[in-house]
Design a protein around this ligand. Structure first.
Ligand code: F6P
Length: 327
């Protein structure tokens, strides 16, 4: 029988994402609801190593549901990748009587959680928190919808000026290894084309899409470029097009960290709240070493090993639709 859990630690790690605070709030309040103590661990795994731990209660998480970023702060810890670092972290947990962890973050966060759980026989549950949406085991990650909405809002604004000057715009969005933001926000903002990392070949039809737009008398053309694509960085792509078509005036906008900020959308708040409660209930039910997601509107549990191994698949149907509509 699983050991009873009395005290739970919660941390956020990796790139912050809107909705992380909503998840922290849900973990703390659900934990208290079931009579468990909940400790906030500051600055991710690094803070665990450095013993930056504080007990939280329902009032400590008031007023954060609507706030972007993470009140617990975040980091990418190199030290936690070492056995020594993880040992220190475990000793800090033991000293405070914390017997389980909820970790909120992306792939690196789940990898850390998996090693930690196996090495020290401690239950760890993972919540998918990243704007990139590149995690297996969930349809959507916490922060993705908010980031897409930021991109759509920015592209709408850029389109106003693009249209006024008949300009071509290259807009870079985040997604080191994945085109989820690019494709979804591209479709929602009427982009002419999206260049994204999952493409196995360099994006050869960019030129034909641009020509198609020009021959259809499009007076503004928006090309979304995901940062990790295989064609090159946004400057190289824009230069290649300029060399070929010097008569087309083009501009470059890099949206960068704007995409990670701001209030979480309703969708992200609901997702984070559901997953936070599920993490606590999962731990109480004896679950461990799993990431929790929502698939087809139902809770889904995926082992950390599986969540890390398999990559979320981009829905290429969105790209097909985008191309039909970008005429
Ligand atoms: O992992 C999320 C992400 O937003 C990526 O899309 C992006 O490449 C990266 O974080 C940027 O990270 P940092 O803020 O550390 O530069």
């Amino acid at each position: 029988m699983a050991k009873e859990i009395n005290s739970i630690g919660v941390l956020t790690s990796g790139g912050d994402a809107p909705g992380m605070n909503a998840a922290i709030r849900a973990v703390v309040r659900a934990g208290n609801h079931y009579g468990k103590k909940v400790h906030g661990i500051y600055e991710g795994y690094q803070g665990l190593i450095e013993n930056q731990i504080l007990e939280l209660n329902a009032r400590s998480v008031k007023g954060i549901l609507n706030r972007g970023g993470t009140i617990l702060k975040s980091s990418r810890s190199e030290e936690f990748k070492t056995t020594e670092g993880r040992k220190k972290a475990f000793q800090n947990l033991q000293a405070r009587g914390i017997d389980a962890l909820v970790v909120i973050g992306g792939n690196g966060t789940f990898t850390g959680g998996m090693y930690f759980s196996e090495e020290f026989d401690i239950p760890v549950m993972g919540l998918p928190g990243t704007i990139d949406n590149d995690l297996a085991g969930t349809d959507f990650t916490i922060g993705f919808d908010s980031a897409c909405n930021v991109v759509v809002d920015c592209v709408d604004k850029i389109r106003d000026t693009a249209e006024s000057h008949n300009r071509l715009f290259f807009i870079e969005v985040m997604g080191r290894d994945s085109g989820f933001i690019g494709l979804r926000a591209g479709l929602a903002s009427g982009a002419l084309d999206v260049v994204f990392p999952e493409e196995t070949q360099p994006h050869e039809d960019l030129i034909s899409e641009l020509e198609r737009g020009a021959s259809n008398n499009k007076t503004n053309r928006i090309i979304i470029v995901s940062e990790g694509n295989k064609m090159g960085n946004i400057y190289e792509i824009a230069e290649m097009v300029r060399e070929r078509y010097p008569q087309w005036e083009s501009k470059i906008t890099i949206l960068g960290h704007l995409q990670r900020g701001g209030a979480p959308t309703c969708t992200d708040r609901v997702l984070a709240s559901r997953l936070g409660v599920a993490a606590i209930e999962g731990l109480i039910d004896g679950r461990r070493g799993e990431a929790i997601g929502i698939v087809d509107n139902k809770l889904a549990y995926t082992s950390f090993a599986e969540a890390i191994r398999s990559k979320a698949k981009l829905d290429m149907e969105l790209n097909r639709i985008l191309k039909i509509l970008a005429s």
